[in-house]
Design a protein around this ligand. Sequence first.
Ligand code: C2E
Ligand code: MG
Ligand code: MG
Ligand code: MG
Length: 282
Amino acid sequence: RAKSEGRHIARFFDPGMQAAADRQAALERGLRDGLALHQFVLYCQPQFSVRGRLVGAEVLVRWRRDDGALVCPGDFIALAESSGLILPLGQYVLEESCRALARWTGDRTLGRLKLGVNVSVQQMRNPDFPADVAATLARSGAPAARLCLELTESVFAEDVHELTDRMHQLCAQGLCFSLDDFGTGYSSLSYLRRLPLSALKIDRSFVHDVHLDPGAGPIVNAIIALGRQLKLEIVAEGVEHEAQRSFLSRGGCGALQGYLLGEPIPIEDFERMYSAVGVGHA
Ligand code: C2E
Ligand code: MG
Ligand code: MG
Ligand code: MG
């Protein structure tokens, strides 16, 4: 008894844990200040059809800290989610993405792209989210049909009726949904036909060794076949090598995203690089 209490007390005052908690608190303050100071910037990664045509792009947020460091989402999204800051951060990303879509309207190349925006399960949980999206689209003048919200399988843990309702409210505005990192979560296959989805994104862990591991190839081919049967577009993420590209192309995958085709770059650079007519900056 004394021993377990001792251990309990020792754990409570563990200086290592205290240091970790301090770091978390400092990071959270940093995120909060970063939002106020507009330190979050949008990067954009192109998506190409297997025939090589630019068909879309994904928005990936970065945090440019005041010390100049560029922080990737893997180092702050989890904390943004647990602290609730993902709601204002997600709204900021959505707003900036819609402003880009509005600028791109009329451009022969950019005006035809689908722009993928990652949405956290917490945003989907918010009953005001559909109204917020509608207001953001209206304010920006972005064509809703060009916007594709990316959800991960973590949404499957939510109330399915509430989730489908909310998705339908959003789809009614003209946007679409894709299921991100497909295959990594607990993909309940029944969700695939119940939810209004337009695309599946094959997780890069499967793409990674598709041409090396005799187990990964069949899984990828099965995902592609499943998606095609369900009339979903299939996007492979994390395509780094020519051998992966040709495997995916042979298997009937629709679109490819990855370092082989283009890295995420600041959205202004993306516009300059791919714009057919030149996009004006207000
Ligand atoms: P994701 O949505 O699956 O995005 C793809 C990730 O793969 C990105 O990482 C991208 O930079 C990386 N990637 C792209 N091509 C390749 C490749 O060829 N090889 C490898 N190894 N990686 C590649 P990133 O930008 O670090 O983002 C990580 C995750 O953070 C995203 O995964 C997404 O879940 C989340 N995230 C990013 N931006 C946002 C956002 O605005 N809101 C929310 N809620 N989550 C975001
Ligand atoms: Mg994504
Ligand atoms: Mg993904
Ligand atoms: Mg991923």
